[in-house]
Design a protein around this ligand. Structure first.
Ligand code: PLP
Length: 597
């Protein structure tokens, strides 16, 4: 049975039982039961479920694994982690994250002034690190955070930032935050986002600049503030080798600076990059969390021993690893585009052309053992019938019957046979793919899929006790031909042949908790899906903080239309009773409501 690669990507967060996709936590509810519950409350369109228990699970795994590696290696540094807010800044995500991380002293990383304000407001006693390019105002904010009592480290990306820190320190007399140096390593990363590391990276100081930074700190009596070396070689690394090289390089820079006299330097921040499995077809990450953590601890221990310096504290800024699994998008299927090929559309006559009669028999008599043969025959018959149509020997009804019957025969053959075992079947499968129209926007909910061809696991949340037989492409409801996930014969997606007049069918998109929310765009003015936080009491599931997809009038307001003007122009041209109806539409969200009763 096709299980949509759940063993590869789901990390046991979900499982299939009785044909339903279920959440592997507490009372193990099915996703469809949650969808139904929400839809009962009249929220239609796409839904984004957030699962705080999965955020907690990942934070716990991260700390437990590193702490186990530290223990095993008798390492003397401490493990610390911060969450990079750029990966998900939404309050419905950040509040549960802070709550789940409190017992570990899990902190936040900010890369802009707005993110720093979030960290300064909601972080409790945990560390804050600040990356990215900074102006004087952002550095000043860092000093204010320090004054508030935060354990904050400003990680400088260039010497000018250090000079600004000196300036702010002199001008404000505020206590100076800890300072980190982002080093530009020779060793770059691996994986789709590898360009944040390496000698040509946009970020970080070269060796010469590190030595200059050291002089600037010394000259300005800020030497004691230098506590951290930082690097980030790229997001979602699929190969561990570049990390090992980067660790050696940064470990030696740390040790050299220690031996030069950087007494308070005590930490190496290895950035993010811990891989997430996005593929449902084959494993793409070549290491486990245990291996990753052991390599970090072991390499840093060796360098510290070799250069006779104290073992550094370890900081990580993993983002995807913590957040990706925590959100799932569910989109209702609105239409199957080849529904015209259903048997009910046949218009068989009392007397049909012999080839049509034969097609009908092939369809009825097909068994597993003759499926391939009958399918070949049907394709030959269709070709002949199309020629007969061109020559004027059969009519439009016959042609329609021929197309429907051949389509039905191919579908039936595919249901009997293992598609991948036959090259030819794969080719045909590709041609007769079904187009599933889903009530969502790829631009809004899966921007990385559109922008950088990022893969996300996709599967239906019901019907999982039946093998899916339709090679599927997915269309969203935007008026843009890029709003499509094409069928890819190398990574084929099969979905079920459903009759939407009789049953509903929902498709889940997984691992969407990292970056997708904030990168999502309002193409065609579709805003975020309706969001729900799914929490668990002992044996009861709770749907909390439901945030409905934005109303049309609010979307227009967001892009700076004068909504009073819109209302008054419309009102002035319509009778009151019609305007009243129109006003209801303005207060609806943009997604389709075809399924509304
Ligand atoms: N830290 C820094 C400096 C980054 O630039 C990034 C992402 O690019 C991260 C952490 C998070 O990386 P990931 O989400 O791969 O863990």
């Amino acid at each position: 049975m096709n299980n949509f690669g759940i063993d590869l990507w789901s990390n046991n967060n979900f499982f299939i039982e009785d044909g339903l996709l279920k959440i592997n936590h507490k009372n193990k509810p099915s996703l469809i039961s949650l969808v139904k519950e929400i839809r009962k409350q009249n929220y239609k369109g796409p839904l984004l479920f957030r699962f705080p228990h999965l955020i907690e699970k990942q934070i716990t795994r991260l700390y437990n694994t590193y702490n186990a590696a530290i223990k095993e290696n008798n390492y003397h540094g401490k493990f610390n982690a911060v969450f990079p807010l750029k990966v998900n800044q939404f309050p419905t995500f950040v509040h549960p994250l802070i709550e789940a991380g409190e017992k570990f002293n899990y902190g936040l990383e900010a890369g802009s002034k707005a993110e720093l304000i979030i960290a300064m407001t909601y972080n409790k006693k945990a560390p804050i690190t600040v990356n990215g390019f900074k102006d004087k105002e952002m550095i000043h904010l860092g000093f204010i955070a320090k004054k508030m009592g935060h354990n904050i480290t400003l990680i400088i990306e260039g010497l000018n930032e250090l000079e600004t820190i000196v300036e702010v320190s002199k001008e404000t007399n505020l206590p100076c935050p800890s300072i980190g140096l982002r080093v530009r390593l020779f060793n770059g990363g691996s994986g789709a986002w590898a360009k944040s590391g390496g000698i040509d990276s946009k970020f970080g100081l070269s060796s010469t600049e590190i030595l200059e930074a050291y002089d600037v700190l010394e000259k300005n009596n800020l030497f004691d503030c230098l506590t951290m070396i930082h690097f980030h070689i790229g997001s979602s690394m699929n190969n561990i080798k570049p990390l090992k090289n980067a660790l050696k390089e940064s470990g030696h820079i740390y040790a050299e600076l220690k031996n030069l006299g950087a007494t308070n330097l005590n930490s190496i921040n290895i950035g993010g990059g811990l891989g997430v499995e996005y593929s449902q077809y084959k494993r793409t990450i070549n290491y486990s969390l245990q291996e990753f953590a052991s390599d970090v601890v072991f390499t840093l221990k060796n360098i510290a021993r070799q250069k006779n310096v104290e073992e550094p504290n370890i900081f990580t800024e993993s983002g995807r690893f913590i957040s990706a699994s925590s959100a799932v998008l569910i989109a209702p299927v609105l239409e199957l585009f080849s529904a015209e090929y259903e048997a009910e559309h046949l218009r068989l006559k009392e007397v049909n052309p012999p080839l049509i009669v034969e097609l009908n028999e092939l369809y009825k008599d097909m068994k597993k053992r003759n499926a391939l043969e009958y399918m070949h025959d049907s394709i030959d018959h269709l070709e002949s019938l199309l020629k007969l149509f061109d020559l004027g020997y059969i009519d439009l009804k016959d042609r329609s019957n021929a197309e429907i019957l051949t389509n039905l025969i191919i579908k039936k053959a595919i249901s009997f046979l293992e598609v991948n075992a036959y090259e030819e079947l794969k080719r045909i499968d590709n041609k007769i793919q079904e187009k599933y129209l889903l009530n969502f926007s790829i631009f809004q909910s899966l921007p990385d899929l559109w922008g950088i061809n990022q893969e996300f696991p996709i599967m239906p949340i019901t019907h999982l006790d039946k093998n899916p037989t339709r090679s599927a492409s997915i269309w969203d409801i935007t008026c843009d031909s890029d709003g499509e996930i094409e069928f890819n014969p190398n990574k084929p997606l099969y979905l079920h042949d459903v009759d939407l007049d009789k049953e509903e069918y929902f498709i889940g998109f997984f691992q969407v908790g990292a970056y997708q929310d904030v990168l999502g765009m309002k193409h065609n003015l579709f805003s975020h899906p309706t969001e729900v936080n799914v929490t668990f009491d002992e044996n009861e599931v709770k749907l909390e903080q439901i945030i409905e997809s934005q109303k049309i009038i609010d979307i227009l307001d967001d892009i700076d239309y004068d909504t009073n003007e819109i209302k008054s122009i419309l009102n002035s041209q319509l009778d009151d009773d019609i305007y009243e109806i129109l006003e209801k539409y303005l207060n609806d969200n943009s997604y389709l409501k075809t399924t509304w009763s």
